[in-house]
Design a protein around this ligand. Structure first.
Ligand SMILES: [Fe+2]
Length: 247
């Protein structure tokens, strides 16, 4: 299956169920129909050396004397399968640029910039019994050629179930970002652009919810060639040693 959304048979089932229930709530509930989270490129900066601290709070590192620089953001939600059931035996990984646009990668320091030594850069959290995950981090810094983005992977043991990216709604660079706009299906593209709103902490922190829906097959290897769109089914991609690009 290489469908972007819920298979049509399931949609028909849902629609007929709602019609049978009187259809009063049909519009609202049908609008909740799950959109499978699209695969996106891993990019060149998955950490080639993992930090000692790998928890889900990237704003603080073990032994750090202060929080990382940048605007604090939090996001979380549920990890779901394509039936909408929580996935409880997986983990979500996050890696991203620090406030200076730099990654914890040996080639991840942008020209003329310095890496923030107080930013963890990578974190991982197992989903709980409700399939929930959560991260506390910072708004990713900008670097040449990309809009702000978080890199996300879902893993079960050593198996990579999904590689994708998450975006802030309203970022002016979103419209020009070639990785984001490579997602041609509008519902899918919108599913990875989330509104981050004031958390109410009074400190300017931002918060968003984001459910991740597993079930989309990885991109076709032919399509992937030269574009590094994701791993082959059932495994991580080999590092291809290509020079860093703006991903
Ligand atoms: Fe990136």
């Amino acid at each position: 299956m290489n469908s972007f959304h819920i298979p049509s048979s399931r949609r028909r089932l849902l629609k007929s169920f709602l019609a049978g229930a009187g259809g009063i709530l049909a519009g609202d509930i049908y609008a909740e129909a799950l959109t499978l989270t699209p695969w996106q490129t891993e990019g060149p900066y998955f950490p080639d050396h993992l930090p000692l601290d790998q928890d889900n709070d990237l704003t603080k590192i073990i032994g750090g004397t202060a929080p990382a620089g940048g605007v604090i953001t939090e996001f979380g939600g549920r990890l779901l399968d394509l039936d909408g059931k929580p996935v409880t035996d997986a983990a979500v990984e996050l890696w991203q640029a620090d406030n200076n646009g730099c990654y914890i990668h040996s080639r991840g320091v942008q020209k003329g910039k310095e890496r923030d030594p107080l930013f963890q850069g990578y974190g991982k959290i197992a989903t709980n019994e409700k399939g929930e995950y959560r991260f506390r981090t910072i708004k990713p810094g900008l670097y040449t050629g990309r809009t702000r983005h978080y890199h996300i992977a879902v893993v079960r043991g050593k198996e990579r179930l999904l590689t994708t990216q998450l975006y802030h709604a309203g970022e002016p660079q979103n419209d020009r970002d070639r990785v984001l706009n490579h997602i041609k299906d509008e519902e899918q593209r919108l599913s990875v652009i989330r509104p981050f709103t004031e958390s109410g902490s009074g400190k300017g922190e931002l918060v968003a919810t984001w459910d991740i829906v597993l079930g989309m097959t990885p991109p076709d290897p032919e399509e992937r060639r030269g574009r590094r769109m994701g791993p082959p089914p059932g495994g991580r991609p080999p590092r291809d040693g290509a020079p860093p690009r703006n991903e």
